[in-house]
Design a protein around this ligand. Structure first.
Ligand code: BGC
Length: 748
């Protein structure tokens, strides 16, 4: 006993010593970087300093004379450009970096790129990935993306996008992790870790950039670039935590956003950048503007002109100007007049230089430009395996009547119909890199399923209709092959460029004549399975009642066809769960699960009697947050507590037994929600606070234990203090945000 405790003490002392030693090394490294930064800064002219704060897009003609905005190559050689975006590939980045090496101080360029869901290997769109509720796998996917991108000369990715989004009219919901702050924060941290790997000095990593700071996801009416009008409480409670999670995970940079927040454009928002980010959160990395957003403050009516915009942005804490040229054209004069201080410019320049040192670019500006690494990462088979797994786990089963899925052996003839069956580029989704030879390797739905089914099943194809026009001339052929089939498989949805930046839509029904085609198929009386491809929650209330099964299949990337085939044939039992509430109709938007109760809550889905409801619609979403079926069934026992009340410093253990009562092995995501019943601010009817994924064999049971401490009860009160308040709470556990077992607990 004695020996053991001595050895324990020794271990403790050793690990404390080790920890101090590591901290000392990090501090020493930082110090030396800081010293190097200071010594470079001392050598710089004002023009060179301002140059570091300019980021240009690479609209280059590499083989001939150069483009639009003056002679960019000359500007690089003059040391007037700090960073480039949209330039990738060892050859191109090397060429531009060589120009930077001709500048007086040989300060290397920083190459940035949007790597939103894969670089060469394309992953499902981020919203789809979030449906996996699997931060570990998402981290793995970003590790692949970061490795590929860094091999192509990219140092910096403008990802992750962590904007909480409750409005599917906003096209950019496809880039985020949905409507929930807790899950969104876990995914934000996972993405940062995935991109940055061992740290962004490593050549197999890229520096991440969390965006868009802040509030962008709450654009009024879901119209892109629109204003955001939000209480500070909501900002702190729902919208800022994913950014904080990214900062805590060590993100190297932050991008501000296009929107104004309560009248002040985020790009010129001193509160957001100076007080919160650089102040309270002590963030030391680069803050970059969004594309042209410095100059856009003139359109906002917040800056009188571009000069004014430059002054506002830099003083508010925006270090780098992406593409607006305001810094380049006006900082010098602003310094002359004293409207901007030299110390402000110097501080911004220091963050850029520091990052370049951290990336090791001063030691070797070409360390990310190795042709051998690029070749090695091109079409890497291991990367496709991750893309396949990510795609399988992103698919959400929304309906499966009569267990029509997975296909059974009686299905000898399948009619595969729809505009996406053979489409290739759509699987790239919005925001993907388009490498022609990668596009060629995308597995179409047709190829994936044909390979999986083999020769025993006859698979017939008709396009039926286009995605978005009124032409129904293809219906006849489609109906003919469907009439002869045992099962009709429809592949419908929106095209890849219908969700994304500047792709807000006021109508979210299946576009064109797709609904009519579904209706016509329904009338044949055959089992119909509907695959929906989209970048956002679409509205398909009517078609949903006309088909036996629905799989929400998003834009799944390189392995789309193989992943869908695995699910359809039962090789993989679907496990995805929605991370946004799906509305019944556009008039129900915004709809989100963690709303307040109001003074007149509806007592049921149909209650419209002087309660907060629409008189012409059910009160529930079409599919709730957290919802997703499996081919098997899971039954939930009652929640058991080790105690019903607790104090700060204590933990409540809530256990629940889950049993796989169906016919397949499968994975379930068990979700825990809390409600603070009475508080100093009205609190949401429920909030996700924890979840666990379990794989259960057919017939297997397992008891899960959730540990709940005071941290889970905290919220931002009226004074924006993050505190838990004593009182009664409802603790809920279930398979989605609506199907929940409940118990009460008390925090004293
Ligand atoms: C987008 C950003 C993106 C940037 C650079 C902007 O239009 O809002 O998310 O990172 O372009 O491509």
């Amino acid at each position: 006993m004695k020996l053991l405790s001595i050895s324990k003490i020794c271990l403790k002392v050793t690990s404390v010593t080790f920890f101090c030693f590591c901290a000392f090394i990090v501090e020493a490294q930082q110090k030396s970087i800081q010293q190097k930064v200071d010594s470079v800064l001392k050598l710089m002219t004002l023009d060179e300093k301002i140059g570091q704060l300019n980021q240009y897009s690479g609209d280059w003609d590499f083989t001939g004379p150069i483009t639009a905005d003056g002679d960019k190559q000359q500007q690089i050689m003059d040391g007037l450009v700090g960073s480039m975006l949209n330039v990738t590939g060892v050859e191109h980045t090397r060429m531009l970096q060589s120009l930077a090496m001709k500048s007086r101080l040989r300060i290397p360029l920083l190459f940035g790129q949007d790597v939103i869901h894969g670089f060469r290997t394309t992953f499902p769109i981020p919203l789809a990935q979030s449906a996996s509720w699997n931060p570990e796998l998402i981290e793995k996917a970003e590790r692949v993306a970061g490795t590929e991108a860094s091999a192509y000369g990219v140092h910096w990715t403008f990802s992750p996008m962590v904007d909480i989004a409750r409005d599917p009219r906003w096209g950019r919901v496809m880039e985020g992790a949905g409507e929930d702050t807790y899950l969104g924060s876990l995914i934000a941290a996972a993405r940062v870790k995935g991109f940055q790997g061992k740290g962004y000095g490593d050549t197999a990593a890229v520096m991440a950039c969390v965006k868009h700071f802040a509030g962008y996801g709450a654009a009024i009416g879901g119209r892109d670039y629109n204003s955001v009008d939000m209480s500070l409480h909501n900002l702190w409670e729902f919208y800022l935590p994913p950014f904080k999670a990214a900062v805590d995970a060590g993100v190297g940079s932050v991008m501000n956003s296009f929107n104004d927040l309560n009248g002040i454009p985020a790009t010129g928002n001193r509160y957001l950048m100076r007080e919160v980010l650089k102040g309270k959160w002590n963030f030391k990395g680069i803050v970059v503007s969004d594309w042209g957003s410095v100059g856009e403050m003139v359109n906002h009516g917040y800056a009188a002109n571009q000069r004014d915009a430059a002054k506002i942005a830099i003083n508010a804490g925006c270090d780098m100007d992406m593409e607006s040229r305001c810094y380049k054209n006006h900082l010098k004069d602003l310094l002359r007049t004293g409207e901007v201080k030299l110390s402000t410019i110097d501080a911004a320049v220091k963050t850029v230089l520091k990052t370049k040192f951290e990336l090791g670019l001063f030691d070797d500006p070409f360390r990310f430009c190795k042709a051998s690494r690029q070749d090695n990462q091109t079409h890497h088979p291991e990367n496709r395996k991750v893309a396949f797994e990510m795609a399988e786990k992103s698919i959400v089963l929304l309906k499966n009547e009569n267990q029509v899925l997975p296909f059974n052996k009686k299905m000898k003839k399948i009619a595969f119909i729809g505009p996406f069956v053979k489409s290739v580029r759509d699987h790239l989704g919005f925001w993907s890199m388009e490498w022609p030879d990668d596009t060629a390797t995308i597995v179409t739905l047709w190829d994936g399923l044909k390979n999986a089914l083999g020769k025993d099943v006859e698979l017939k194809y008709a396009k039926g209709c286009n995605v978005n026009d009124q032409d129904s001339s293809g219906f006849a052929e489609a109906l003919q092959i469907a009439a002869d089939a045992d099962l009709v498989l429809l592949s419908m949805g929106e095209a890849r460029d219908m969700s994304g930046e500047a792709k807000s839509r006021s109508q979210l029904h299946l576009p064109g004549v797709q609904e009519s085609l579904i209706h016509a198929m329904h009338q044949l009386g055959k089992p119909v399975v509907l695959l929906i491809h989209a970048g956002r929650p679409l509205i398909f209330d009517q078609p949903a009642s006309q088909v036996e099964a629905i799989l929400y299949a998003w834009w799944l990337g390189s392995e789309a066809g193989n992943a869908l085939a695995a699910v359809l044939t039962g090789k993989y039992n679907p496990s995805g769960k929605l991370t946004m509430s799906f509305p019944r109709t556009e008039g129900q938007i915004p709809i989100y699960y963690n709303h307040l109760n109001t003074g007149r809550p509806a007592s049921s889905a149909t209650d419209v009697n002087y309660v907060s409801a629409y008189t012409d619609l059910l009160n529930t979403p079409r599919y709730p947050f957290g919802f997703g079926l499996s081919y098997t069934d899971f039954s939930y026992g009652d929640i058991l507590l080790d105690k019903t009340s607790f104090h700060s410093g204590e933990t409540i253990k809530a256990s629940i037994t889950i049993t796989n009562t169906g016919d397949y092995d499968g994975e379930e995501t068990v979700q825990l929600y809390l409600r603070d019943i009475t508080a100093s601010l009205a609190r949401p009817v429920k909030e996700l606070k924890d979840f666990k994924k379990i794989f259960l064999k057919k017939g297997e049971s397992r008891t899960l234990v959730f540990n709940l401490n005071v941290e889970k009860l905290k919220f931002y009160n009226e004074r924006l203090e993050y505190k838990a308040e004593p009182g009664a709470f409802e603790l809920m556990i279930g398979p989605d945000s609506e199907t929940l077992k409940k118990v009460n607990i008390q925090y004293n």
